[in-house]
Design a binder for this molecule. Structure first.
Ligand SMILES: Nc1ncnc2c1ncn2[C@@H]1O[C@H](COP(=O)(O)OP(=O)(O)OP(=O)(O)O)[C@@H](O)[C@H]1O
Ligand SMILES: [Mg+2]
Length: 432
């Protein structure tokens, strides 16, 4: 019996979307061209939650039989990443050899595989059984060439997720590996490295030599446009055979603020609060009044993070003439979601405080960007713009701005909701 689609297959706030995956034309083409061009290495970058992993997963599924995905953490060394990729490949070869005609794998690849395996088993048995922390040593045979060869034979590519997290000294090794993979493309057309990082520029993912520039595709995955978020809602609700009114759809896409993960969360909340867990058996249309409880649930789940971030940044120095963080946050929230330049922000501030100087701005901004635990704002070297690190911060800042000045800072979900709604209505009015 075919199991029916559940709401969790459709609205996927924490896993790559599959059923409700929407194509993003501009980036799709760039990514597909880069994937199809032999030898081209790929760097995918952009905001956390903008849809990098989802886009890759879906495109790779269409173009590749198999891929090796290695996840990076701040503790990963490049050697460990190579070992982990080898383990994955090895498991794939074992299952393939059993399932398919063994003749598809060359004798030379089999020899390489066997020699790395045996080196690994020797080092494993010689390491002390009771040593609490076993670090495996990279066998001399497990070189970038051999890894590329084994991947090539298996017609797959290597995805390094969250590559920005690993230490800088380890990160430089990727550029060398990419060079090797480029050279191997003559023999193996599909072989390539795809490094993914939640950062503002490709160079923050990997620093490579200028001569490699033309053979590396840098793919930026921007935040989603409202119409893209609306497509997710329309597709998802269609699969579940339910309908969201246009007003509910617009509101969700507005509050999601460019982030598909928030869009999925709000949709999931709307379904859950109406006991919709699978395809509806009778027509049902949900309207804008569903938004408030869905948003409330979402906000209360994130309120601690928000509170911490804002509390830390808004603490003010009593002696100071200006409340720098407040002025800057206020101004920035009113500017574009993609951020604004120093001049744009300063102009906004000067409307309220005409004598606020460029020097004051620089000092105040530095504090916001460098707040130790939870910086609110970041500066992007490429665009020369400042922006909120998380788009939810912007919504929240908009909400705070319209409140009466308070002596103590607190997050009240109800008042936040109220001001969020107000800010939504204001934006709508401005756009009309
Ligand atoms: N094209 C899309 N269509 C539908 N949903 C999407 C799409 N892209 C992303 N999403 C949804 O948005 C959420 C975040 O996407 P994803 O995990 O791919 O982002 P990311 O850029 O890889 O984030 P991170 O840098 O934090 O790993 C997921 O819940 C996913 O389901
Ligand atoms: Mg990801």
């Amino acid at each position: 019996m075919k199991s029916s689609t559940t709401v969790y297959d459709v609205f996927t706030p924490t896993t790559p979307a599959k059923a409700s995956f929407i194509e993003r034309e501009d980036i799709n083409d760039k990514l597909v061209d880069a994937l199809r061009t032999p030898g081209t290495q790929i760097v995918v970058y952009g905001y956390s939650g903008s849809g990098k992993s989802t886009l890759l997963r879906n495109k790779l599924r269409q173009l590749y039989e198999h891929e090796v995905t290695t996840r990076c953490t701040s503790a990963s060394s490049f050697d460990q990443l190579m070992l982990s990729a080898f383990d994955d490949l090895d498991a794939y070869y074992i299952s393939e050899l059993q399932a398919k005609d063994t003749a598809t794998i060359s004798a030379s690849a089999k020899t390489t595989l066997a020699s790395i395996r045996s080196e690994l088993s020797v080092t494993a048995s010689s390491s002390s059984e009771n040593s609490a922390k076993k670090t495996r040593i990279l066998p001399p045979q497990l070189t970038a060439q051999n890894l590329a060869k084994l991947m090539g034979e298996a017609n797959c590519c290597w995805v390094l997720e969250d590559f920005h997290k690993i230490e800088e000294s380890e990160r430089t090794k990727l550029s060398q590996t990419m060079k090797v993979f480029m050279d191997m493309a003559d023999d193996y057309r599909t072989v390539k490295v795809i490094a993914v990082g939640a950062v503002d520029s490709a160079r923050q993912v990997v620093q490579y030599d200028p001569e490699m520039r033309t053979r590396i595709a840098e793919i930026h995955v921007p935040l989603m446009e409202p119409y893209e978020l609306q497509s997710i809602i329309n597709l998802g609700t269609k699969i579940l055979k339910i309908a969201f009114s246009p007003s509910l759809t617009n509101k969700i896409s507005h509050y999601a603020n460019g982030l598909p993960a928030i869009c999925h969360t709000l949709c999931l909340n709307v379904c859950q609060q109406n006991d919709i867990y699978e395809e509806a058996s009778a027509p049902i249309t949900l309207t804008a009044e569903e938004l408030e409880p869905a948003l409330k649930k979402y906000l209360s789940n994130s309120s601690d993070t928000l509170k911490m971030a804002f509390e830390a940044s808004l603490k003010q120095n009593r002696k100071s003439k200006y409340n720098h963080p407040k002025l800057i946050i206020h101004a920035l929230a009113q500017l574009s979601q993609d951020g604004a330049t120093k001049d744009e922000i300063l102009r906004k501030i000067n409307k309220v405080e005409p004598s606020y100087s460029s020097k004051s701005f620089v000092g105040g901004m530095e504090k916001l960007c460098k707040a130790l635990r939870t910086p609110l704002v970041r500066f992007d070297d490429n665009s020369g713009k400042y922006s909120f690190i998380d788009p939810l911060y912007r919504s929240f800042a908009l909400a705070l701005n319209s409140e009466e000045p308070k002596t103590s800072f607190e997050v009240n979900i109800n008042s936040l909701l109220e001001v969020l709604t107000k800010s939504y209505n204001n934006t709508r009015r401005r756009h009309k």
